[in-house]
Design a protein around this ligand. Structure first.
Ligand SMILES: *Cc1c(COP(=O)(O)O)cnc(C)c1O
Length: 441
């Protein structure tokens, strides 16, 4: 390396306050106001389940960086996979070119997901994989001679991403539909089922869905749902039997079923994919988040031979989508390594242990004032309060306890990396219990 290259690579190290100052001057964060005083912490590095802040403080990660970092941070196997790929190529366009990481990953996803899913479309984020799923459904019906089927049916409290198509099927209230009403496609919404995970579901849980499908199926391309766990729309866990019934209703009414497994995929709920709880096969499945173990941004939309061949033999005979960074080789290599790493460990046993500790340790919150519900499924633990938390105070309180937990609305929740050790998990749950106990009324 010559001197100039060395200078570029080495850069220079900023102090903690300088980072925050520059951040507040010119950086926008997710779902936040620009330039306002808000709790923000500068991370310098991360290893295992620990985030190391730029001032030396360490936090135990209870969020897996939004469901992604299932193996924790700086994992040697993951690092090595990316280094090896980096020496080959970091990226090439996917139009007219292909490569080993992409074909190997596609084959792996096809082999792990329900048997009927065998065509893989890669994209670069979860939201885009949902857009792709919606376009596939519309193009499919177009090519089946039913071009009127251009709308979607979903349940309230859902979350499918922030782009316009995805946003149109998010919960209308939390998705701020009125704000975007002039550009947002109106879709069909029914209430989320009241039947909880582990319970059976009744006719009344299904009534609205049934009626809507009977009356509007000629306009509906697909039902889109997060299977079993509704994530960012409310952290609700609903009955697997409901999902089973929805599969049947979709088939009866000639409507496709899109399952958004972006948050639930790769073990989080205790099964590799949440649809396995109901033993059903969707027509289209979206994957993202933990797909690369949180290392790179990558998503995938999988579908059946029936749908891919209908689109490919219809008019225009092409699927109309193609991201610039489609099937990025670094991301595909990270995904391959992450999946192999997951499957080479007794992950189901690990999730069961996490589930038991979350269940045992968070239960005391049920008795506390201001707590509406406590629920645990797989490596997800939720304490729902009866009112929204004050982010400004609670975020500093969690950091003061040495943990990284980021509540939203009324929800304080944990979804730690699967590699977390028992003592660290106890520290996480103790922090939640402590803070819930001391919530100001
Ligand atoms: C996070 C998420 C998305 C959006 O993924 P991005 O990568 O943030 O675009 C979509 N659906 C579900 C269920 C999610 O949890």
């Amino acid at each position: 390396m010559n001197q100039h290259t060395q200078d570029i690579v080495k850069g220079h190290k900023m102090g903690y306050d300088d980072i925050l100052q520059l951040d507040s001057a010119c950086v926008w964060h997710p779902y936040s106001a620009m330039g306002k005083d808000q709790p923000i912490f500068a991370v310098e590095s991360a290893i295992g389940v620990r985030l190391r802040l730029a001032d030396g403080r360490q936090l135990i990660d209870g969020m897996s960086s939004w469901w992604c970092a299932i193996h924790g941070y700086n994992h040697p196997v993951m690092n090595e996979a990316i280094k090896v790929q980096l020496e080959q190529m970091s990226h090439v366009m996917f139009g007219g070119l292909t490569h080993q990481p992409a074909v190997m990953l596609a084959e792996k996803l096809v082999s792990l997901t329900p048997q009927a899913l065998n065509s893989v479309f890669f994209s670069d984020s979860g939201s885009v994989s949902v857009e792709v799923a919606m376009k596939m459904a519309i193009q499919y019906w177009h090519d089946k001679g039913q071009p009127g089927k251009q709308h979607f049916l979903t349940i309230r409290s859902g979350y499918h991403g922030d782009t316009f198509g995805a946003m149109s099927v998010c919960d209308p209230v939390t998705g701020m539909h009125s704000l975007f009403s002039a550009v947002l496609t109106p879709q069909y919404f029914v209430d989320a089922p009241a039947c909880r995970f582990g319970e059976s579901c009744t006719d009344s849980d299904l009534a609205q869905m049934k009626t809507c499908l009977e009356q509007n199926n000629q306009h509906i391309a697909a039902v889109i749902l997060e299977p079993v766990v509704q994530g960012a729309g409310g952290m609700r866990f609903y009955s697997a039997e409901y999902l089973k019934q929805i599969r049947q209703l979709c088939t009866e009414h000639n409507v496709l079923l899109i399952l958004d497994e972006i948050a639930t995929g790769f073990g989080r709920t205790g099964r590799l994919f949440a649809c396995e709880h109901a033993n059903i096969v969707p027509d289209i499945m979206c994957l993202g988040k933990a797909l690369t173990g949180g290392y790179m941004t990558l998503a995938a939309t999988l579908t059946t031979a029936e749908i891919s061949s209908t689109i490919s033999s219809g008019s225009p005979g092409l699927f109309m989508h193609g991201p610039t960074f489609m099937a990025n080789p670094l991301a595909c290599s990270a995904a391959l390594a992450s999946i192999d790493l997951l499957l080479s460990t007794p992950w189901q046993e690990k999730i069961r242990q996490i589930e038991k500790i979350l269940h045992d340790n968070l239960a005391v919150c049920r008795q506390m004032e201001g707590v509406a519900d406590v629920r645990v499924l797989g490596a997800i633990g939720v304490v729902e309060l009866d009112r929204a938390v004050d982010m400004h105070t609670i975020q500093y309180e969690f950091v003061a306890q040495g943990v990284w937990v980021r509540p939203f609305g009324k929800l304080i929740y944990l979804m730690p990396p699967y590699v977390i050790e028992e003592t660290d998990l106890h520290t996480l749950t103790a922090a939640v219990v402590n803070i819930v106990k001391n919530l100001s009324p």
